[in-house]
Design a protein around this ligand. Structure first.
Ligand SMILES: [Zn+2]
Length: 354
């Protein structure tokens, strides 16, 4: 299509189109070669080539957007990871990225196992008196109490979640921040986010490739408790679901590391899934929310959003036997008041008193 347009332009006579067509022609060989290569990788490329191309297209879009937004070349480092992209400008690239992302799929066994794990976590949450109280009293809780509930949800999740004996660290750092969507001058706040997970897995893989190794990935979960975070406004199940999403990212890392360290049996039905997670983390191919349509469709995020929705559905159902928690008199009889909640739940983290 693009080549035909360029050819027909070059047959026209005016000075304007001559200028246009010469511009087109000077770009045509590289453009043509670029699209030929895209097509080849899409049709017959290896998994590594496909993930490499996702990264390349992401970086291409970011570079083009930076030229538009920062014509003087003064774009702050990494700014496009936080700045929404005008996707209408990159129809071809985004279409291609979506097709590439669709090539990476989890096994049916894995998806079924994730449902089982989500169910196990929900059962453990439902049996927990603090969670029962929080489910019925969330809207009356202050931010400190909500943070403690979110932290405990992550902790229960990490304790229950396991596949072939693989678990995440039981000591993942949860860091709460409080960032508004807009800065006081009305500009987009680049620090704004909903929740995120980070670790050093990518560098561990690469350092190992160089023949050295350090530690295990220290996962950090960040969670924005500002009311601009719609998850915080959405009530108990929605607020917790974002935490479950991030813990699932930590679990993806645990599976990738298990594959890398040969701790998962090649005969396991989840072996290929662990390998996929390893590949996804090994490559620098993550697409951030600034290219939103691709962000939601990439394999890493499909898995975490699926898990998040499973958990949200579970947590929306009133926990069985939790009726006491919505009646203040009964709750008090169980030793629960909103005022006393904070100290009570903190004790759980400290463990039994010595
Ligand atoms: Zn995510």
């Amino acid at each position: 299509m693009m080549n035909q347009n360029a050819a027909s332009l070059s047959n026209q006579g005016s000075d304007n189109t001559r200028f246009l067509s010469s511009t087109f022609h000077s770009h045509m060989p590289t453009l043509r070669a670029r699209f030929d290569r895209y097509n080849r990788i899409l049709k017959s490329g290896s998994a590594d080539e496909k993930l490499g191309l996702i990264q390349e297209l992401r970086d291409y879009i970011f570079a083009e957007e930076e030229k538009i937004l920062f014509p003087n070349g003064d774009a702050p480092e990494g700014i496009m990871w936080q700045t929404p992209v005008d996707e209408s400008r990159y129809g071809v690239e985004i279409h291609l990225m979506l097709k590439l992302c669709a090539d990476f799929e989890y096994s049916g066994e894995y998806r079924l196992k994730m449902r089982e794990i989500a169910n196990n976590i929900a059962v453990a949450m439902a049996a927990d008196k603090d969670m029962q109280f929080a489910q019925h009293n969330w809207s009356g809780m202050d931010l400190a109490q909500k943070k403690t509930v979110l932290r405990k949800a992550q902790k229960i999740h990490a304790q229950v979640q396991q596949l072939d004996g693989i678990q995440t660290s039981q000591n993942i750092s949860v860091v709460f921040n409080n960032e508004a969507r807009a800065l006081p001058d009305g500009q987009h706040n680049p620090q704004f986010g909903y929740a995120s997970h980070s670790d050093s897995l990518h560098s561990i893989f690469n350092s190992k490739a160089l023949g050295w190794m350090f530690g295990t990935p220290d996962s950090i979960i960040n969670y924005n408790i500002h009311p601009d975070n719609s998850f915080m406004r959405g009530g108990f199940a929605t607020a917790l679901s974002a935490m479950h999403h991030e813990q699932q990212h930590a679990f993806q890392s645990a599976l990738a590391l298990a594959y890398f360290e040969k701790r998962i049996d090649p005969a396991s039905p989840y072996y290929k899934d662990a390998e996929l997670l390893y590949r996804l983390r090994m490559h620098d191919c993550y697409v951030p929310p600034s290219i939103y349509s691709v962000y939601r469709k990439q394999a890493l995020e499909r898995d975490t959003f699926d898990f998040q929705h499973l958990m949200e559905t579970h947590l929306r159902r009133p926990f069985p036997g939790s009726g006491w928690a919505k009646d203040p008199a009964q709750a008090r009889a169980h030793g629960y008041t909103l005022d006393g909640f904070f100290g009570r739940i903190r004790k759980w983290f400290r463990g039994p008193e010595a």
